[in-house]
Design a protein. Structure first.
Length: 135
C-alpha cells in the first residue's frame, strides 16, 4: 500500500509541477508595471501671456527633453477649448529609469532652468501612466 501511495504522489508531483510552473510563466505583469509608460506634464497658461509665447516656450522644453535621448517620443499638445488654456508635453520614456535619467540629463545640460522663473505658467501638474495591456 505504501508503494502505491508513493507512486501516486510521484505522479501527482510530476504532473502538477510542470503545469504550475507553466502557469506562472504565463501570468500577466501587475497592471502598474506595464511595458509602456506615458508621462504627461500639464502647464496652465497664464492669462497675461500670449499663446504664441507659451507655445514657443513649451516647444523649447520639448526640444530639450528630446536631446536627452532617453525618450521614445516627446510631443506637445494644446488644450484650447473650454475654460482652461493649457499646454501638454507628452513624454513616452524608454523605460521607468529613463524618466529619471532623461530629466537629469536635461537639467544638467540646461542648468539655467532651475534658476529662471517660468512666467508663462499659472499652474502645473504631472501624471505618470502605466499601460495596462489588453488583449
Amino acid at each position: 500500500m505504501k508503494k502505491k501511495l508513493f507512486w501516486v504522489a510521484v505522479i501527482a508531483v510530476a504532473v502538477g509541477v510542470p503545469s504550475f510552473v507553466a502557469g506562472q510563466a504565463q501570468e500577466k505583469p501587475p497592471p502598474f508595471t506595464g511595458p509602456d509608460y506615458l508621462y504627461i506634464e500639464e502647464f496652465e497658461i497664464a492669462n497675461t501671456v500670449s499663446m504664441n509665447d507659451a507655445i514657443a516656450e513649451a516647444t523649447k522644453w520639448v526640444g530639450m527633453y528630446r536631446k536627452s535621448g532617453e525618450f521614445k517620443s516627446v510631443r506637445l499638445f494644446m488644450h484650447n477649448t473650454g475654460p482652461e488654456l493649457a499646454a501638454y508635453i507628452l513624454i513616452e520614456p524608454n523605460d521607468w529609469q529613463s524618466l529619471e535619467t532623461g530629466f537629469q540629463k536635461t537639467f544638467a545640460a540646461n542648468p539655467e532652468l532651475l534658476s529662471e522663473p517660468i512666467g508663462w505658467v499659472s499652474g502645473h501638474s504631472d501624471n505618470l501612466l502605466s499601460e495596462i495591456t489588453v488583449e
